[in-house]
Design a protein around this ligand. Structure first.
Ligand SMILES: Cc1ncc(COP(=O)(O)O)c(C=O)c1O
Length: 349
């Protein structure tokens, strides 16, 4: 009987009927096999679905230790959430899936209504993936100068794209989406990721809880970049509830004209409604050049092929780590991989 008990403790299924009958007959040869349903249960229950759904793969990303970089800071452990493990390839799957889930539940997104939003890329890719999987149309406003890789990915998923003037940046795309939503309120569900509370809540209920669990509550610092600000705002709100002593640092481009795709220079941009500057213990400005250099270091020293905002995140972590005297467990978010930035010139410089 003992092997059967061990099997159950390990979560394996056993043929209870045959195990018991062996026991009854006093046999020493217990068989550990799959649980065989009786005839009645076979007829009543459908077999559980095999595999995993696409949506269930969003979130719960790995927390990677930056082995080589950490040797510079003996008392600090820098850890990064590897967000390219999301099925759409970026951190934005989290916010987009929560926005879409709430809109489907409330009926704002339904048959005959298309999801509309402004995006510089990753949120659009996430919406396009979800639209294809969950059968709703997606219309995206984005600056015409986004990378060719992004345009191709959106086309591949079958999303419709409205291009806006490159010199107006992501704010031009936001204005266009607002105009379209106002002109056709019945045609579109305007997702408005910059104002939608689901954007930060995805991180409050997801990213923060994951970080807390994956560090066994030992996280002392959280450092993250600002785009919509959803990642920083949602994660910081929850981490500060779990332990008010955690230091939270936000990172922004150091100038309005920058190459940090997905990030906002808050002083000069349209400030997202969900942004709460008071949550940050400090804010650091990051240069595009330093982020490029960090991306190359991550590729060549850690074997991590990450996007430019991940480079900015590493620069911010190193700035904080250099000033620390005592031990620290510092967590950051690497929003996407380098896939969409491989045609950038900085790789060869
Ligand atoms: C590559 C990249 N990094 C960082 C961010 C910023 O994340 P958040 O919008 O949660 O502030 C984004 C947002 O689109 C992004 O696409």
């Amino acid at each position: 009987m003992l092997p059967a008990i061990f099997a159950l403790l390990e979560g394996r299924t056993i043929d209870l009927e045959s195990t018991l009958s062996h026991k009854i007959r006093g046999s020493a040869n217990f068989r550990l096999t799959r649980l065989v349903p009786t005839r009645a249960t076979t007829a009543a229950k459908a077999a559980p679905a095999l595999g995993e759904s696409l949506l269930s793969r969003i979130g719960n990303t790995p927390l990677l230790r930056l082995e080589k970089i950490n040797t510079q800071f003996p008392s600090v452990e820098i850890l990064a959430k590897a967000e390219w493990h999301n099925p759409g390839g970026s951190v934005k799957d989290r916010a987009a899936s929560r926005i879409v889930g709430e809109a489907l539940r409330s009926g704002k997104l339904r048959e005959g209504v298309a999801l509309l939003d402004a995006t510089s890329g990753n949120t659009g890719i996430a919406y396009a993936m979800l639209g294809a999987a969950q059968k709703f149309s997606v219309v995206l406003c984005m600056p015409a100068n986004v990378s060719p890789e992004r345009k191709k990915i959106l086309r591949a998923y079958g999303a419709e794209v409205v291009f806006t003037a490159p010199d107006e940046g992501s704010d031009g795309a936001i204005r266009k989406a607002q105009q379209m939503a106002k002109a056709h309120p019945k045609k579109y569900f305007y997702a408005d990721q910059y104002s939608n509370d689901a954007t930060w809540q995805a991180h409050y209920y997801g990213t923060a809880e994951e970080i807390w669990r994956q560090t066994e509550g030992r996280v002392t610092h959280f450092v993250a970049t600002l785009g919509t600000s959803g990642t920083f705002v949602g994660t910081t709100r929850r981490l500060k509830e779990l332990n008010p002593k955690i230091t939270c640092v936000s990172l922004q481009p150091d100038s309005p004209f920058h190459g940090l795709e997905g990030l906002k220079h808050m002083a000069t941009a349209m400030v997202p409604r969900i942004y709460d500057a008071s949550l940050a213990d400090r804010n650091l400005d990051i240069s595009t050049e330093a982020a490029y250099e960090a991306v190359k270091r991550l590729a060549r020293e850690e074997g991590l092929l990450v996007g430019i905002s991940a480079g900015a995140a590493l620069v911010g972590c190193e700035m904080v780590a250099r000033e620390l005297r005592g031990p620290a467990v510092m967590v950051t978010v690497f929003p996407d991989s380098a896939d969409k930035y491989l045609s950038e010139r900085f790789w060869d410089e």
